[in-house]
Design a protein around this ligand. Structure first.
Ligand code: NAD
Ligand code: MG
Length: 391
């Protein structure tokens, strides 16, 4: 029996993870569920899973939840605040931590889980983009296990010669390159000139995946793929030159590893996040996920095309940030979070997202990024600058 904390349980990844967990009550029990301010969803999850703790970042939401939990006669204890997120991630009773908070807010609880030597099922790619250096160091020093839930990285992980022990360095080990697949998002068939007037509603309507708003916009700009290049670089110890992106509109091949003998290994499946979640939960074994079997004949064909950097400037910005190193990727991430929020609030146009990020990157000097204080300070400064340019 493994005990699981789910950070961000009310989101898209969180609810998919609970859908896998509920199929295996004999293997996993839920220690803590956490959310920002979705009181009703978290309350329903508490009723179903009866966790020891439920954490709400927002204090007044926590008070509302606490009243509901007591009225329902549940034993779940309700906590609030960022510190409580760390406590339920590092607690000695916890074996696995599903990291499904969106954005920079996920970083500190993930670091706490790493320091406590947990198995971390990582969906929150922003943590590695902000501070891959620090997170990988904590994972390795404290014997934590970092398993990717992001579908591309989980695919690569499955195509690497990992065996039963975790490794994070693959450059020069018989691998020519990692090939990340990208669906191209909702605007893949638009003309460049049409992008200027696309709306947030259009941007969050992803053709293949149902996801939270922030990552959906990231998929539309392809910043998501850029963040994933950076994520792959840290997870697998590969340089930017050994990571390629190819457009694959069906999202059936989730990514590939190209070996020097000419073998290319791919992982395939329906686009359903319960597959990578179940894989990371059960690794090195396998469990049912509830995903319908792949119907290759029904799909009929798999298409591939070049990822055009002119059409997707965010991809270029991410590669450049990775090559620049230090906190450049933290600055990229922070500016992107602010720009995406401004686009979702209809304060800037879709095509201004890369413009704002580029301005912040060109204005701000990065630091080495080998301390958390530096990362957090550079993150804060980038947010300030991005807001300034938006206003
Ligand atoms: P989401 O917006 O659907 O859910 C986010 C969760 O985090 C919610 O439970 C929310 O309550 C919580 N949260 C939000 N802000 C918070 C804060 N400041 N402090 C504490 N909790 C907070 O997002 P999602 O689509 O589930 O994505 C979660 C993460 O997983 C992201 O980093 C995303 O890039 C990554 N990811 C998602 C998918 C997907 O299919 N949705 C795929 C790959 C990777
Ligand atoms: Mg992905």
């Amino acid at each position: 029996m493994k005990t699981v904390t789910l950070l961000g349980s009310t989101g898209s990844i969180g609810t998919n993870a609970l859908s896998v967990l509920e199929q295996h009550p004999d293997k996993y029990n839920v220690y803590a569920l956490t959310a920002n301010h979705s009181v009703n969803t978290l309350f329903e999850q508490c009723q179903q899973f009866e966790p020891i703790f439920a954490v709400m970042l927002d204090e007044s939401s926590a008070m509302q939840l606490s009243l509901k939990v007591k009225a329902a006669g549940l034993l779940t204890q309700v906590l609030s605040g960022a510190q409580a997120l760390e406590e339920v991630a590092e607690n000695g009773d916890v074996d696995y931590v599903v990291a499904a908070i969106v954005g920079a807010a996920g970083l500190l609880p993930i670091l706490a889980a790493a320091k406590a030597g947990k198995r971390i099922l990582l969906a929150n790619k922003e943590a590695l983009v902000m501070s891959g250096q620090l997170l990988m160091r904590e994972v390795e020093t404290n014997g934590a296990t970092l398993l990717p839930v992001d579908s591309e990285h989980n695919a690569i992980w499955q195509c690497l010669p990992v065996g039963k022990s975790q490794q994070y360095q693959y450059e020069g080990k018989g691998i020519r390159r990692i090939i990340l697949t990208a669906s191209g998002g909702p605007f893949r068939d638009y003309e460049l000139s049409e992008l200027e007037n696309v709306t947030p509603e259009q941007a969050v309507a992803h053709p293949n995946w149902s996801m939270g708003k922030k990552i959906s916009v990231d998929s539309a700009t392809m910043m998501n793929k850029g963040l994933e290049v950076i994520e792959a670089s840290w997870l697998f110890g590969m340089s930017s030159k050994s990571i390629d992106v190819v457009l694959h509109r069906q999202s059936i091949i989730h990514s590939m590893v190209d070996y020097i003998d000419g073998s290319v290994l791919a992982q395939m499946g329906n686009p359903d996040m319960r597959t990578p979640i179940a894989n990371a939960l059960a690794w090195p074994n396998r469990i049912n996920s509830g995903v319908v079997p792949l119907d290759l004949v029904g799909i009929g064909r798999l298409d591939f095309a070049k990822a055009d950097h002119e059409y997707f400037p965010c991809l270029t910005l991410a590669y450049e940030a990775l090559e620049a190193g230090g906190t450049t990727t933290a600055i990229l991430n922070a500016a992107n979070e602010v720009a995406v929020a401004a686009f979702l609030n209809k304060r800037i146009k879709f095509t201004n997202i890369p413009v704002i990020i580029e301005k912040v990157l060109s204005k701000q000097t990065a630091s080495s990024g080998d301390s958390l204080e530096q990362v957090l300070a550079d993150d804060k400064k980038a947010r300030y600058l991005a807001n300034k340019y938006i206003n």
